[in-house]
Design a binder for this molecule. Structure first.
Ligand SMILES: Nc1ncnc2c1ncn2[C@@H]1O[C@H](COP(=O)(O)OP(=O)(O)OP(=O)(O)O)[C@@H](O)[C@H]1O
Ligand SMILES: O=C(O)[C@H](O)[C@@H](O)[C@H](O)[C@H](O)CO
Length: 178
């Protein structure tokens, strides 16, 4: 089973998913690290990516999930996955890909982004991220977590949700996808 922490830039995907993956001993991918240089350059200039910019990137992420699946491992990823069609690409990676949407008020996210240092993503792209975001549909497997609490609390909730999902499937994180 594979878990993608999704949400707009600044929603806390990297912060929460990395710590949850460490807690659960799951392999982790930071989707930002898979962007081609042209995409990073574009976002750094304050220009939003298009569907065409994102497609090869999403395919490379689906391939990463597919590799973990082939190894019999579960996995965790931090990836904006803003549109359903993007999540559809990620779902091609393995039979069971689930999403954890980190969701909260845009002004809270803007405040966090304006304080974040050393990241290529300008705060000015947040409105475009919000406009592009399509929340999970009722038929999409996953969960929504609020981002107001401190990170440790969200990590705790995420770990519990992932453990519950794995247990329902008769899997345990410690042994990968059993
Ligand atoms: N629950 C939280 N409470 C307070 N600050 C937080 C919380 N979660 C994340 N942050 C801070 O908010 C900023 C954005 O978080 P983070 O970089 O994890 O977001 P992201 O969704 O991965 O963003 P991007 O997609 O742009 O990489 C960081 O400076 C992080 O330390
Ligand atoms: O689809 C996108 O627009 C991108 O994935 C962005 O969301 C960034 O990569 C990330 O949020 C910035 O750190």
């Amino acid at each position: 089973m594979h878990f993608v922490f999704m949400g707009v830039s600044g929603s806390g995907k990297s912060t929460v998913a990395l710590r949850a993956a460490e807690r659960l001993g799951l392999p982790f991918a930071e989707a930002d690290a898979f962007h081609p240089e042209a995409n990073i350059a574009k976002m750094s200039r304050g220009v939003a990516l298009t569907d065409d910019d994102r497609l090869p990137w999403l395919r490379s992420l689906a391939a990463w999930i597919g590799e973990r699946e082939a190894q019999g491992a579960s996995s965790m990823m931090a990836c904006s996955a803003l549109k359903r069609s993007y999540r559809d690409v990620l779902r091609t990676g393995a039979p069971d890909v689930r999403f954890v949407h980190l969701d909260g008020p845009v002004e809270l996210i803007r405040a966090r982004l304006s304080e974040r240092a050393g990241h290529f993503m300008p705060t000015g792209l947040l409105d475009s991220q919000q406009a592009t975001l399509e929340p999970l549909g009722p038929d999409e497997k996953g969960a929504v977590l609020g981002i107001a609490p401190p990170p440790e609390e969200i990590v705790e909730a995420a770990v519990a949700a992932v453990r519950a999902a794995l247990a329902e499937n008769g899997e345990s994180a410690a042994h990968g996808a059993g």
